[in-house]
Design a protein around this ligand. Structure first.
Ligand code: SF4
Length: 333
C-alpha cells in the first residue's frame, strides 16, 4: 500500500516522515520519483543554490591505514602500487586549476599521516597564491591535526560516515562509527564546513539502514552531503557483489536536498560509471556540484577508490552535463 499520494501536493516534511514513508521515497519510481526530483529541484532553486559549482580534485596519496571492505586502497591490498605526491607537483597542478572556472581546490588522500607535511606545506601556499577555498578529504585523524589544517587555512573537510548502522559500519569499515562521529564533531569545532554522506548497496545493507543513513545526515546538518552507489572493486572483499541501486542513490540525493535545502550535493562520478548520463540524472535529482579530476594520469589508475576503471570527469564533460541539465555554472568572484 502506498502512503505518499502522487502528485505530491505539498512540500515533503522529511524529518517527520515515518520509516515506511522514507522507505517508499527511497524506492520511488515512475511518477512518485519524478515528483520527488521536481520537488528537489524546486527546493534547490528556492534556496538560491541552483548554480553548479566545480571542484578540482588532486588525489595526492593512495596510501591508507584503513581496510574498508569496498576499497582497493585498503592497507591490506598488496597488489596496489602506492604513490604520494610531492608539494611541488601539487602546486603545479593548482596553478593550472587557478586558470579555470573552478571554485574549490580539493585535496584528497587515503588515511595517510605521512602526507600531512605535504598538505601543511601546500595549504598556506595555495591560500597565498590564489585565495581558493581548500577542501580536504583525508580520513579520521586526531583532533590536533584537524586544528592544524584549519589554522593553516583549509576551509572544509569531507568525512563520509558511509554506513550509519554501528554494527554494519564495524563489519565493513572495521572501526567504530562513534570514532567517525567524534571526528565530525572535532571538524565542526575546528571551524570547518563539513561534508558527509553514505554509500548505497553495501553487503548486508537494508532499506532500514538507508533510512538510518538519511536520519544521521539530517542530525549532522552538513554543509556538503553525498550519496554514492557502491561499485565492486577488484582486489577487495566485496569484489563479487553487484553495484548499488542507481534509483535508491538518486532518490536519497533528492531526499537530502529537500530536507537540508542548502548544502552542496555532488553528482558523483560513480553515477556515470553505473550508467551513461548518471551525473545528469544526479543534477536532475537536486545536486549542484561536479568534481573535475586533475590527478596526473600516471597516478589516476592507482587511486582505485571505487574501481580501477573509474569514470574520470573532465571539464568538457562537466560543462556539457550542466548545459544539458539546463543549469548555469557558478563562478566565485
Ligand atoms: S575508503 Fe578511504 S579510508 Fe577506506 S580504505 Fe579506501 S582510502 Fe582508506
Amino acid at each position: 500500500m502506498t502512503m505518499i499520494q502522487v502528485p505530491i501536493q505539498k512540500p515533503l516534511d522529511i524529518p517527520n516522515l515515518s520509516k515506511s514513508e522514507l522507505k517508499e521515497l527511497i524506492q520511488a519510481q515512475g511518477e512518485l520519483q519524478q515528483d520527488l526530483f521536481r520537488q528537489a529541484r524546486e527546493v534547490r532553486q528556492q534556496a538560491g543554490v541552483d548554480e553548479v559549482l566545480l571542484r578540482g580534485v588532486i588525489e595526492i596519496s593512495n596510501y591508507c591505514q584503513k581496510n574498508c571492505d569496498y576499497c582497493a586502497m585498503r592497507a591490506a591490498n598488496p597488489k596496489l602500487n602506492r604513490y604520494r605526491m610531492a608539494a611541488e607537483e601539487i602546486l603545479e597542478i593548482a596553478d593550472q586549476i587557478a586558470q579555470m572556472d573552478i571554485s574549490i581546490l580539493f585535496l584528497q588522500a587515503g588515511q595517510d599521516p605521512q602526507s600531512d607535511s605535504v598538505v601543511e606545506e601546500v595549504i598556506p601556499e595555495i591560500k597565498r597564491r590564489y585565495n581558493f577555498p581548500v577542501l580536504l578529504c583525508m580520513g579520521e585523524r586526531p583532533q590536533n591535526v584537524y586544528q592544524r589544517f584549519a589554522q593553516l587555512g583549509a576551509d572544509s573537510y569531507i568525512l563520509k560516515f558511509e554506513v550509519s548502522n554501528p554494527e554494519l559500519h564495524r563489519d565493513i569499515i572495521h572501526t567504530p562509527l562513534e570514532r567517525r562521529l567524534q571526528c565530525l564533531r572535532w571538524l565542526q569545532e575546528a571551524g570547518f564546513e563539513v561534508g558527509t554522506g553514505n554509500i548505497v548497496g553495501l553487503r548486508g545493507q537494508t532499506l532500514d539502514h538507508l533510512v538510518e543513513d538519511i536520519r544521521l545526515a539530517l542530525e549532522i546538518q552538513p554543509n556538503f552531503v553525498s550519496s554514492s552507489p557502491f561499485i565492486p572493486n577488484q582486489d577487495t572483499p566485496l569484489e563479487n557483489i553487484g553495484c548499488g541501486n542507481l534509483d535508491y542513490t538518486l532518490n536519497t540525493m533528492a531526499i537530502y536536498r529537500i530536507a537540508l535545502k542548502t548544502p552542496l550535493i555532488p553528482t558523483v562520478s560513480a553515477l556515470e560509471k553505473i550508467q551513461p548520463d548518471g551525473q545528469l540524472m544526479g543534477l536532475n535529482a537536486g545536486a549542484n556540484v561536479m568534481t573535475i579530476n586533475f590527478t596526473p594520469p600516471e597516478y589516476r589508475e592507482k587511486y582505485s577508490i571505487y574501481s580501477k576503471k573509474r569514470f574520470i570527469v573532465s571539464l568538457d564533460h562537466a560543462l556539457n552535463t550542466i548545459e544539458r541539465a539546463g543549469l548555469r555554472l557558478k563562478v566565485l568572484s
